[in-house]
Ligand binder design. Sequence first.
Ligand SMILES: [Mg+2]
Length: 509
Amino acid sequence: MSSIYTLLSANVQRILTHYKSTKCYNYYRNLSSRDFLNDVYCRTKLKCKSKKLPQDVNPRGVFACNELDLSEVQVYGFDYDYTLAHYKPSLEHLLYKLGRDMLVEKYKYPAEISKLEYKPHFAVRGLHYDIEKGLLLKLDSFLQIQFGAVYRGLTPVSTEEVLKLYKNRIIPIAYVEDDTRVHKENRSKMVHLADLFSVPEMGLLCNVAEHFIRNHIDYHPEILFLDVKNSVQSCHPIMHKIVAQNLEEYIRPNTDLKKYFKLLQENDKKLFLVTNSPYHFVNAGMEMLVGHDWREYFDVVIVNANKPKFFTEVSRPIRVFDKNANTHIWEKVTSLEKGTIYYEGTVKQLQDLTGWSGHQVLYFGDHPYSDLADVTLEHGWRTGAIINELTHEINTLNTRTFKENANWLQMLTQLIEDHQGYKDPEALEVISEWMDERDMLRNATKGVFNKQFGSVFRTYHNPTYFSRRLFRFADIYTSNIRNLLNYSLTHTFYPRRGVMPHEYGSYFV
Ligand SMILES: [Mg+2]
């Protein structure tokens, strides 16, 4: 990405040099509107250049959406996949490959599909798939489409076509979200892909759609979506087996996990694990990450929990899982014992049998809905989101070029807003040049995160649909559990006082 200082046109560079060398303000009194606006532009640019850039953000920081006093937390709960266990990119490749082969073998898709290779970094988490129109797209928190981030297969869809298809850049809420309380029949046409496991799924979906389009094969977007989803998800048991046998190839080591569990235990905190994954898979991963004694740290372990149902259903018995026979036992569970593995159940039973409830529980998960939404909205637990993508996002924010461009983008936008009243042809031409530069900057600050879809957290200036939900359901968020080791167990996380539109301006938010 080019920095703003190399983006100046030759004409503006000349004026800027002249302005800096002469400082003769009177010279500008009788200027044409073009020269006047160029002058304002140059002064703004000089001001931008003289501004101190913000300090780097710590990629290992823990960020607060809501005040959280850890001294009130007595019980720490964890999800497993992408919360405790972080996977290497090889897992995405594996899931893609398994799902692709399943499409051909079980769903009888054309054999050529087997040749389509995974394209890492094509999609990001948090996108929407339109099952009616067959488009993968990014929405912001106002349900506005981010133009330039709409794809049919691997091909970008032009803004003109997007507007023709949707009639508007804002999508009606009923199209995006189910609302069965009001309209019993209402089913949305969009699927939100908020799970990290869905990234290879999106890769497969787009590769197959692209193959169909290029070969003029007619397809139904919803059927393709369901087949891809079912293919990839039905491969999870095979994936579990392969990963459990090749742990080093797929799981990132994290020696700090044991340190963290130890610290919690030494401070009389209770620990529990609630995961949708099966025991043999979790056990293999935890033995690698923490050691053979990993169960010693947990007071309750629940596998195959089937979240979000675990948090929403009222009646589904919790059962004992016999790890030796690899099966569950039929007897009724009346207490939860350390060292025993449990299976299914509901959060109500977990709360009733342990007495753990409300704000004394802090639960960590990577999925804003199935891990965090219900526990915070229905049960008043405190929540921590583990968002792996933060490392890449923060490292990108910390580059000098990004800071300069983001800073200048804000100032240039203000400049356009302040001078839109100038209507003579010369002025309109200059303002149109500013708009072009703004578009270029917006695309440059987007593309550094992901070429197709930009940042997971922003669509240009607005938060994404994904981040709005994340900020609503997570009290704190960070890239890795290990980052909590940098804070004491009595630390209070305070949210930043953000700038509201009617408050003091800030050029760099
Ligand atoms: Mg998870």
